[in-house]
Design a binder for this molecule. Sequence first.
Ligand code: C2R
Length: 178
Amino acid sequence: MTLSIPLITNQRGPLKMSKVKVGIIMGSASDLPVMNDAIDILKEFGIHTEVEIVSAHRTPEKMVSYAKSAAERGLKVIVAGAGGAAHLPGMTASLTTLPVIGVPIKSSNSIDGWDSILSILQMPNGIPVATVALNGAKNAGILAARILGAFDSEIEKTLTAYQQQMKEKVEKSQESLR
Ligand code: C2R
């Protein structure tokens, strides 16, 4: 199974696929403004990603080859964003045993966002998709990092430092109220 060169990676220049641990896919380029939050936080953590536009509806063959080859290409986690009738995360999860994190997106064809949320959330038993909040791509990136961090002490240290920074930021904002 061959895949096209990833549209975007968070590294400059050619990237060895084995370095890429998180695959970020989305149903349309129009999802990118939301999905950039996942790309950016993983970049901040120093975790390599590949980014592809893949649609269960518009590019079903690409979705099948992407999901079926994901594990053998070295991916450990897939973050999948989609809006409206958001079938991409669930269909991807049905074609791989890798953990899939779904990002419901309030898109141009969403009624109010609940359509995207429920399409991703209400999976049948046997095919789990970890669903984050509407447009919650940042948390999807952090959750992907946490999954990797359970097996990688460097990532675990990075996540501990990130949480410490957040705590200090809250403490500082509290002090500014005094
Ligand atoms: P366009 O802006 O391209 O019309 O797409 C995309 O994720 C996007 O949010 C509108 C919305 O359609 C969604 N889409 C899906 C899928 N493919 C595209 N939900 C899918 O396979 O689930």
